[in-house]
Write a new protein. Structure first.
Length: 303
């Protein structure tokens, strides 16, 4: 049963991403600022918070698990910090957080971008499986498995991948992977739309309809719509409204769209989202709701 079947909406927040205080002075940088925003967002009604671990000068702490650990431990003093950091290439800091949990909490969600891991994969429809595209016996791609081995590590550590879909190619892989059981259900999907980033889907509400039509009907999923690096608040609202029309979740945050909301705080963005949700007679899903939703995922076999 999906959240919408219970009158609930998956509400995520992207608090800081790769933008700076010059874009919006309220963008949090270090562990203390980020923990403050994680806490406030959850107190205001967010289901999940996504953050980038960053240093006090704004630099990205891509592989420093101590920054993320400090964010989560500090937030855990006041709320259930159902939050997860970002990554670029290496997932070692994610493994470290799962193996040595922050004080007062434990990592549940992990980021996973197919674009960073799925390279030259072939689909064999007659055999209902993936294979590797090879350009000869000396091709280094031959040593890659036909599915990302990181998925096995997630299973070992009890982590649920939060999957970023930037375009139709990503969606095709996710749909096929879910169909054959490589991705556990319910699948957590984020659909990214941008009027700036050409690699993201075009920010047209009709594209939402197309992408969700590619998810097999038998696949259990929670999908949210993410306006990203958008320059127009109006177009963000159009995407959020269509998402809610279609029974999907939404993501807000000044980290995602500081140019569209140059003076807002993350807590104010959550208030905006909660208003959109409650005006439809719905409520944001809680941390307990999401933990229960993913506590007993269907089995997967990575073969």
């Amino acid at each position: 049963m999906s959240f919408r079947d219970e009158g609930k909406v998956y509400l995520e927040v992207g608090v800081n991403e790769v933008v700076g205080k010059a874009d919006n002075p309220n963008v949090p940088y270090d562990a203390d600022e980020t923990a403050r925003d994680v806490t406030e967002c959850i107190e205001h009604g967010a289901t999940v918070v996504h953050f980038h671990a960053r240093y006090a000068d704004g630099r990205q702490a891509w592989v420093d698990d101590e920054v993320s650990r400090a964010v989560l431990a500090t937030a855990a003093q006041k709320v259930d910090p159902l939050a997860y950091p970002s990554y670029h290439g290496s997932l070692e800091h994610i493994w470290a957080l799962a193996e040595r949990p922050p004080s007062g909490t434990q990592l549940l969600l992990t980021p996973f971008d197919p674009v960073q891991h799925v390279k030259r994969v072939l689909w064999l429809e007659d055999e209902n499986r993936f294979d590797v595209v090879s350009f000869g016996t000396d091709d280094p791609n031959n040593s890659n498995p036909p599915y990302p081995p990181e998925l096995d590590r997630f299973d070992e550590l009890g982590l649920i991948p939060n999957i970023a879909v930037f375009n139709a190619a990503d969606m095709r892989w996710v749909a096929l992977a879910a169909r054959i059981g490589i991705l556990r259900q319910p699948v957590n999907i984020k659909l990214f739309f941008s009027d700036r980033w050409v690699s993201n889907s075009e920010p047209d509400p009709d594209v939402i309809d197309f992408l969700i039509s590619r998810i097999p009907k038998e696949v259990d999923h929670e999908t949210i719509v993410v306006p990203y690096a958008m320059s127009s608040a109006e177009r963000c609202h159009e995407l959020w409204e269509r998402a809610l029309d279609r029974g999907l979740g939404i993501r807000v945050g000044i980290g995602d769209c500081p140019w569209a909301f140059p003076t807002a705080t993350n807590a104010e963005m959550v208030d905006l989202a909660v208003d959109l949700i409650t005006r439809r007679g719905l409520t944001p899903a809680t941390q307990a709701d999401l933990r229960a939703r993913v506590s007993s995922p269907a089995g997967a076999s990575h073969v």
